[in-house]
Design a protein around this ligand. Structure first.
Ligand SMILES: Cc1cc2nc3c(=O)[nH]c(=O)nc-3n(C[C@H](O)[C@H](O)[C@H](O)COP(=O)(O)O)c2cc1C
Length: 176
């Protein structure tokens, strides 16, 4: 089975997205990293952030995992700021220490969004699809999830299970 990591990108560690992430973790056995607990600065062109938490985290991910699942709440129709900053910082590894950036090639990327309702606007997935293409990653798709007053509905659980299965049964080999 491929080794995967779920990058939880909510501005609260315990909330709706974390509920979805826990359920996905039960299905897949993937590890979780909570970006809300990390100190990760914005991208800057002078690479002044080299001592924050991003570099070690990124190197760990590309050396030890085959699958990355971005799990983000929908904030203002798009991914959370935490996740955007994380993805911006991948640029560091396309400019310096490029060998680590190249290790994304052949990895899988999946995306889980979370809001309060069954509605997601067209275009949400585009930055992920195009970023995966640019980075040479296999894009495994996006599912939208939501939390109801009673918790995760049967419908959403079924979506997460199917998505988890599609990630864990992927056929290709990533030769790390
Ligand atoms: C800053 C902010 C912006 C939001 N923008 C949207 C939005 O554009 N569309 C939407 O459906 N929900 C929006 N929501 C609701 C969240 O997507 C929803 O409550 C989500 O489940 C929160 O997950 P969390 O508990 O992990 O933060 C927003 C919430 C916040 C805090």
């Amino acid at each position: 089975m491929k080794k995967g990591i779920i990058i939880q990108a909510s501005s609260r560690s315990i909330g709706n997205t974390s509920g979805i992430v826990s359920f996905l973790q039960e299905q897949t056995g993937y590890d979780i990293v909570d970006l809300n607990t990390k100190q990760i600065g914005h991208f800057d062109y002078e690479f002044k952030n080299q001592d924050d938490d991003f570099n070690a985290l990124f190197k760990d991910i590309v050396q030890h995992y085959d699958v990355i699942v971005f799990a983000t709440p929908i904030y203002w129709y798009t991914m959370s700021g935490l996740l955007k900053v994380f993805i911006d910082r991948i640029s560091d590894f396309l400019k310096i220490e490029k060998d680590f950036g190249r290790r994304l090639r052949g990895m899988q990327m999946g995306v889980v969004s979370c809001s309060d309702e069954d509605e997601v606007f067209d275009g949400f997935a585009m930055p992920f699809e195009e970023s995966a293409r640019y980075l040479g990653m296999h894009y495994k798709g996006h599912i939208h999830t939501w939390i109801e007053k009673k918790g995760i509905s049967k419908e959403v659980k079924a979506k997460i299970k199917a998505f988890g299965d599609s990630l864990t049964t992927a056929q290709y080999t990533n030769n790390k």
